[in-house]
Design a protein around this ligand. Structure first.
Ligand SMILES: [Zn+2]
Length: 156
């Protein structure tokens, strides 16, 4: 994605949103399909993405829930389809815009929202399910799945 400045990032949210803004100095924007980060408390997370409709940046606040790790199992991220061992994913909920908290749609996603870096093999370990798919196809798939989530919750 294109470089996003701190003030652009702030402009993606309303004053009512409980947003913690991260340090942007080390972000490599060209490696990102969307920008996702997690509040230091771990209970909130944020996604900023470019609208496929008008190109505008959209910000959304997500609630983040740890997943039980007591059982050995594999977890697949619903955005990038990276297959993690136990503990690599979290449940993220988006409240439908205008629903006053009544409707939420949740998905299991990489716990750090670093899906873009995973499909570019910038983070170890690699997926437990290997795919031979071009990067461009993986990018398309992430954005399609993210956009579908944001459309369902009326952010797009
Ligand atoms: Zn992911």
């Amino acid at each position: 994605m294109d470089v996003v400045t701190a003030s652009q990032l702030q402009g993606c949210f309303t004053p009512e949103d409980d947003v913690w803004f991260p340090d942007l100095t080390k972000i490599v924007w060209q490696d990102l399909d969307f920008f996702g980060w997690v509040h230091p408390s771990g209970h909130l997370a944020y996604i900023v993405a470019q609208s496929p409709n008008d190109g505008a940046l959209k910000g959304v606040v997500l609630r983040r829930f740890e997943r039980p790790t007591s059982r050995v199992r594999l977890d697949m991220c619903s955005l990038c389809l990276h297959v993690h061992g136990s503990g690599g994913t979290a449940m993220f909920s988006i409240t439908e815009a205008g629903s006053r908290g009544r409707r939420t749609i949740s998905n299991v996603v990489c716990t750090d929202l670093a899906c873009s870096l995973r499909i570019r093999n910038k983070i170890n370990p690699s997926s437990l399910m290997q795919e031979t798919l071009y990067l461009e196809a993986k990018v398309w798939r992430i954005l399609q799945r993210l956009h579908r989530w944001l459309v369902k919750t009326k952010y797009l």
